[in-house]
Structures are given as C-alpha cells and as structure tokens.
Write a protein that binds this ligand. Sequence first.
Ligand code: F6R
Length: 369
Amino acid sequence: EKGGYDWFMLKEIEEQPAAIADTLLGRLTENGEIMLDEVRLSDQDLRDVDKVFIVACGTSYHAGLVAKYAIEHWTRIPCEVELASEFRYRDPVLDRSTLVVVISQSGETMDTLMALRHAKEQKARVLAICNTNGSTIPRESDAVLYTHGGPEIAVASTKAFLTQVVACYLIGLHLAQVRGIKYADEVSAVVEQLNQVPGKLRDLLERIEPVRELGRDLKDARTVLFIGRHVGYPVALEGALKLKELAYMHAEGFAAGELKHGPISLIDQGTPVVCVVPSPAGRGMLHDKIVSNIQEVRARGARTIVIAEEGDEAVLPYADHVIPVPRTPTLLAPLLTTVPLQVLAAEIAAARGHDVDQPRNLAKSVTVE
Ligand code: F6R
C-alpha cells in the first residue's frame, strides 16, 4: 500500500536511502573490500575481461551511462553503453573476454533479453543487474547481481535506477580490486563514501518541499531543458525522460558542451533550464565550465534551476532557483542529483492532473518490442 503517500512513486522516492543500503548490504567488508561471491565469475574470469558493454533500455540505460564514467576510471577497461534495441540488431564486436552487463529492473524487457541472447551467441560473458528474483533475464545470464531494491509499483523507475547505479559501482570497484591496478587504491575511499550516501539522501529528502513547490510553479512550461556534463549528463537525460513520461511535456537533456552546436537556439524568454552542477571540489574544470553554460543560457532568457552542492556560491549569481544537494565525490553524485529531478517530474505531472503512477501509454514491464 501507499503508506500515507499520494502516489507509489513518492513512496518509492522516499524509500531510496533504504534501497541503496540494501543494495550495499553484505557486499562491503569492514576493510573496504567488495564481496560479490554470488556473481559466480571467478577472479580469473574478471582479470581476463578486456572490454565491458552495458546494454539496457530507458532509465536502466541511463544507469549504464552513469556507470561508464566510474568503470573506466576505476578499472581502465574500455566500457561502451548501448540501447538494447540497437545492440540486438547490429553486429557488435564481442568475444569470450567481453563482459556484457545487461541492466533490467523487471528482468523481462524483450529488447534487453534479445540483446543478452545475441551476446551469448558470440560467447561473451553476460552479467545481469536485476531487481526481480528469478525473472527471465537473470535466469539466462551467466551471472547476476540483484539490486535488492524491493518491488517498484509506479511505472516510472526511481529506486530501481539508483540501486542499478550502485550495483554498477560495486561491479566496477570489484573489477578494479581483482585486477589490482592503478585506481584500486581509491576503492576503500569510495566504499566509505558509498556507505554515507543513504544518510545524505535522507537529508536531501527532508528538505525536498521547495522542489515540490517549484514543480507546481512549472506546470505550464511548454518545454523544459536539462543540461549536465560528465555524470551530470546522464542525470540530465534521466530528468528529461521522467518529465516526458509523467507530465507529457516536451523535455530534452543535453551535454552542456553541445549547447552551442544547436540546442541553445531552443532557449527563449522564460524557458526553464535545469542545470546539474558537479562539485566545485571535483577534478578538472568541470564545475567552471558548467557555471559558464548557466551564465550563457541565462543571458538568452532561460529561467535557471540549478542542482548544486551545498555551499556552492559560484552558481548563485546565475541561478533563479538553487536546489542544494549534500557533498559527495563527483562519480557518486548521480545518487543525489537525480532525486530532485524525480520529485520535480512527479510534482509537475500531478499539477497537470495526471496519474503519476500510471502514465498513459506505458507499461511497467515491456515484454514486446
Ligand atoms: C522509465 C522506465 C523505463 C524502464 C525501461 C527498462 O521510468 O521505467 O524506461 O527503465 O522500460 O525497463 P527494465 O529496467 O525493467 O528493463
């Protein structure tokens, strides 16, 4: 039951801290090691992996896009991410040393299942990340890592997404550890940070009311754009997908660096632009780059909604609304920055009078093409 919430989706959003803790449960040792014995791939198998392919649909695909940044950084193994509906109809280069990670909440998505079979025919090893015990995709895979997120009732995926991202991190960290390469040192530090995410997410959810108010205020927008860089880019894609599916509004996510190559023309007086900003403490110039992107869209009339780390003062002069999120390392930030976008989409949909849990034309489990 909805347990006092207006919609299952809101309940599932609120369950995210516990869901992440459940994904981590029993998989981290005291000394910062990752234990994935259940995955049944030997350390030797994992050392032989020379390429990772992540294949999924929809929101699960976005989890894969986030994972690529982390997996390549920690393991130095090339990682590609592809939509299952594309992967299954082409001729990807795969062999025994390719690890194909299929991600599916339901474990029944037809395109993802067909992509899995396609990979197996070419002798790749297939590891499923799945939320549904005993479903078809994990049954047909060589190995499975269950997300343990609990049942997701709302059609729009929320806690399944965050737990998929966590499961991908665990696989990346485990691969790094087993292979003992350069970034393996970082593993225990990351593990410590991962353990802190549920608490930070709880803090964020306690202060979510202004996001709901903002959602109600945005209900008449014609289009909403989302921009991000690095892991903030898949978060922008996910924010836009949620809004499309729930509010039936036009929404698009872009890599902020692409604005000048076309999308900036879409910006008109008052167009809401949601900007996903990385930590100013993060590496490289990422933070400064996106601050100048925010400045640019604002100069063209955008109403800027900025998701930024608490205490980030650099964004203030260009933000019409700031949604602060607790501090966490850049690679883990999607576990926090996605959540206000989920709430925003649900609230806009409700304000427009739509059924938040059961959007039109969509099914929870897509068992046909
Ligand atoms: C969006 C959503 C869908 C699913 C997609 C894949 O909120 O829920 O995009 O993510 O249909 O489903 P699974 O993960 O069950 O394979």
